[in-house]
Design a protein around this ligand. Structure first.
Ligand SMILES: [Zn+2]
Ligand SMILES: [Zn+2]
Length: 554
């Protein structure tokens, strides 16, 4: 039994959550990593910029890690690379556009020279240690997306990455159905498949549908048109540009990330822009209203994005005018619904006509619905099935779907990040666990903000802070100056003088009591002040501000 060759599958992110996708595959003393994504923080992670996977396991086995292969250029698949490459400089494999987007990111982090990037094409096979890694074209909401087939001595592991089975993709790059089926015919050991849309029956609509909706909307619009979407959705940008050209409108781009992606995609040939179509913002402002389309970021209602600033009337170059048609060509990511609703309200207030999600065909998903998921299973006919990319309930539902299609229950594994699944040719078993989790990035700090800092931030954000400064004579223990109280975010000081005066008296009383009892230890005096003051303020206000006593001795 133990002589049987085994390959291990170790998810380091993206299971039980949407985002920060990362998967390790281990054979012998060799580890291959698929994707290296980040995630935007939930609201309770106050002040955190991004969340990345914990790579302790890779660092502990650094001499075994061979490379990182990328499926596509979305943040949740490449966004953690600038942080990870700094600790683990590995060769990175990806398709042309994926690496193009990545390079832009690395440049921002000053890493473009150090990173070793290998460009691959669909159907390429590269040898990485004992792995033969093959890239297979799939359609998705960013061009140049691939699945990977990892051929190991135990068998072939197919990791779909994000995909949909679009029969009429905008760029004509159809999913390589033939190759998936061929692999299925030869025998696939394990399929790891995208669970994001498992709750949706039927098929995900083709991206081309959006083109038809754009056409109708552009035909009816009498004045300016503003299209907000994800910067990385190059197909969507293409359709907006093509439609604008058809209706003899010029296109101007608003928002830094949109400008970046557009120029990379254009440069690499993934975006066809008819000559003279693109204009600068100041030129756009001089054109008649029925001659212009703006492409903008901010489809998620992000507070700093171009669309939000336009809606709030504080964008320097573009304002919303009555008669504008604003198309929000995206669905709010769970958690962003309120932000998006607020922007839509604001746009209506400015007199714009707003077309958003509720109207069908203005946005389609980039992920596979149930029938496409079934087709993927039928094409590859895997022995083992592991749902990936999804919250826990999605993984469970995807597992159920696989079971309904005849994969035996004992061959289906719903894993958690960090679990080690060992597969032989005949059987699979979870054999252990490695460190996995999240690392919080705040400004330049990676991982230095933990639970204690977050707890303080939470307290500060809820009830504010009170700083008590007092000067005490070292010998006699007598108060020489103060106590003075400074507060922020607790009460409005000018209207709360009596309360703060009373608070000062309480502190004075507490300090005197300490002297009487002969307490000289600073820490016990401080905690005495904190207790007395905390209790008093709670009684008076039902608030619990953070209390910071500062004692100076003379
Ligand atoms: Zn994606
Ligand atoms: Zn994804």
């Amino acid at each position: 039994m133990s002589k049987e060759p085994k390959v291990a599958i170790i998810p380091l992110g993206g299971l039980g959550e949407i985002g920060k996708n990362m998967m390790a595959v281990k054979y012998g003393e060799n580890i291959l990593v698929v994707d290296c994504g980040m995630m935007f923080p939930e609201e309770e992670l106050l002040g955190i910029d991004v969340v990345i996977p914990d790579i302790t396991y890779l660092l502990e086995n650094r001499e075994q890690v061979r490379a990182i292969v990328l499926t596509h250029g979305h943040e949740d698949h490449i966004g953690a690379l600038p942080y990870v490459l700094r600790q683990l400089n590995l060769p990175v494999y990806g398709t042309c556009l994926t690496l193009g987007i990545l390079q832009g990111k690395l440049k921002e982090h000053g890493l473009e020279r150090e990173a070793v990037l290998h460009r691959v094409k669909p159907r390429d096979v590269v040898n990485i240690g004992p792995f033969k890694v093959e890239f297979i074209r799939v359609s998705h909401s960013v061009p140049d997306a691939v699945s990977v087939a990892i051929h190991t001595p135990v068998g072939t592991i197919v990791h779909t990455g994000d995909f949909k089975l679009d029969q009429t993709p905008v760029d004509g790059a159809v999913t390589d159905f033939y190759r998936f089926a061929q692999l299925g015919e030869k025998g696939v050991l394990a399929l790891l498949s995208d669970s994001t849309n498992v709750e949706r029956p039927g098929y995900t609509m083709s991206e081309s549908v959006v083109g038809q909706t754009f056409d109708e909307t552009f035909r009816q619009a009498r004045e300016r048109i503003i299209v907000a979407t994800f910067a990385s959705n190059v197909h969507r940008l293409q359709q907006a540009i093509t439609t604008a050209h058809r209706y003899d409108r010029k296109v101007a781009v608003v928002g830094r990330s949109m400008i970046n992606v557009l120029s990379i995609a254009h440069e690499l040939g993934y975006l066809k822009i008819p000559d003279g179509t693109l204009v600068e913002l100041d030129e756009a402002a001089r054109l008649p209203k029925h001659k212009i389309v703006y492409l903008s970021t901010g489809s998620q209602g992000e507070p700093m994005s171009a669309l939000t600033r336009m809606a709030m009337g504080d964008h320097r170059q573009v304002e919303i005018l009555p008669g504008d048609t604003v198309i929000i060509s995206a669905t709010p990511i769970p958690g962003n619904e309120k932000l998006v609703a607020r922007i839509i309200d604001q746009l209506f207030k400015q007199g714009a006509q707003v077309i958003y999600e509720a109207v069908s065909g203005i946005h389609v998903s980039g992920h596979p619905s149930q029938e496409e998921l079934k087709l993927m299973i039928n094409m590859t006919r895997p022995k083992f099935f592991i749902p990936v990319h999804g919250e826990y309930r999605m993984l469970i539902k995807h597992a159920r779907l696989a079971r309904e299609m005849g994969i035996p229950e004992k061959n289906i594994f719903v894993l958690e990040n960090g679990q080690v699944l060992e597969l032989s040719r005949k059987s699979g078993r979870v054999t252990g666990r490695v460190t996995a989790g999240r690392v919080l990035v705040d400004g330049l700090g990676v991982g230095d903000v933990g639970n204690i800092v977050l707890r303080d931030r939470k307290q500060l954000s809820q009830d504010g802070i009170l700083i008590v400064v007092v000067t005490i004579n070292r010998e006699s223990g007598q108060i020489m100056a103060g106590p003075d109280i400074v507060s922020r975010g607790f009460v409005y000081v000018r209207e709360s003088e009596p309360l703060l005066e009373e608070a000062r008296e309480k502190v004075k009383g507490a300090l005197e009591k300490c002297t009487e009892r002969g307490l000289t230890e600073w820490s016990s005096i401080k905690s005495q002040v904190r207790d007395v003051l905390g209790k008093f303020l709670y009684e008076k206000t039902r608030r619990r501000p953070m209390i910071l006593p500062i004692i100076m001795e003379v």
